[in-house]
Design a protein around this ligand. Structure first.
Ligand code: NI
Length: 187
C-alpha cells in the first residue's frame, strides 16, 4: 500500500504514525518543558529532504521514512515485526540498524555496534544518522555537565568518521555543527 504513495503522502502518513507512537509513551523533546518528540523527527526529515536535493541517486522515500521512524523502536513499544507489516523489509532493516542494542552494556559499545550495522545498509540510512546528530547538536540542555557535552561532541565526531562518506552534503554540515558545538563547553 505504502509503495504506491508519493513522497509527500508517505511523509504525512509516516509522521502521523510516529508522532502517535512517541506520544503514547509521553516522550518529550529533550531540553524543553513539554514539547512533543515529533519535532525531532520532523527536524531529521527536514535535513533529509534538503540533502536529497544535493545528492545523486538518493532514494528520498526510503530516507524520509527511516528519518521519521528512526527512534520508534528504540523509544516506544513498537516492534520491528509491526514495522515490517506496515512499511516492509527495507524500511524495517533501516530502523533496526538505527536502533541501539540495549543488551550491550556501555553507551560506547552500543554506538560502535549501531554504526557497524548502519554501514551495511544503503547510503540513505547513513544519511539519517548524520542528520540525526546534526539536529541534536543544538544548545545542550542546561542540566548537562561539561563532561557530558565533551562526550557528546566526541561521539558526534565518531559518527562523522564512520558515516561521513555516505553523504557529502550532510557530512559537511555535521563537521560545521561539531566545530560550533565546542562553544558550549570551551567557553
Ligand atoms: Ni534521533
Amino acid at each position: 500500500l505504502l509503495n504506491n504513495m508519493d513522497i509527500q503522502t508517505t511523509y504525512q502518513q509516516t509522521i502521523l504514525y510516529a508522532a502517535a507512537k512517541h506520544q503514547a509513551v509521553k516522550q518529550r523533546l529533550p531540553g524543553t518543558e513539554n514539547l512533543p518528540y515529533v519535532i525531532h523527527l520532523s527536524d531529521v526529515a527536514m535535513e533529509i529532504l534538503i540533502a536529497s536535493q544535493h545528492t545523486e541517486n538518493f532514494n528520498t522515500k526510503l530516507a524520509v521514512q527511516a528519518a521519521l521512524l528512526h527512534d520508534v523502536v528504540e523509544d516506544t513499544k513498537t516492534t520491528l515485526d509491526e514495522l515490517r507489516l506496515i512499511y516492509g523489509e527495507e524500511v524495517t532493516e533501516a530502523v533496526s540498524a538505527l536502533t541501539k542494542n540495549d543488551e550491550l552494556t556501555t553507551k560506547e559499545e552500543q554506538m560502535v555496534d549501531s554504526l557497524k550495522r548502519i554501514q551495511s545498509q544503503p547510503k540513505e540510512v547513513w544519511a539519517v544518522k548524520l542528520a540525526d546528530r546534526i539536529t541534536n547538536l543544538q544548545k545542550p540542555p542546561s542540566k548537562w555537565t561539561k563532561q557530558r557535552k565533551i562526550n557528546y561532541h566526541a561521539e558526534a565526531q565518531m559518527i562523522l568518521d564512520a558515516l561521513g562518506e555516505g553523504n557529502a552534503y550532510l557530512a559537511s554540515r555535521l563537521a560545521t555543527k561539531i566545530t560550533e558545538y565546542e562553544f558550549y563547553f570551551k567557553s
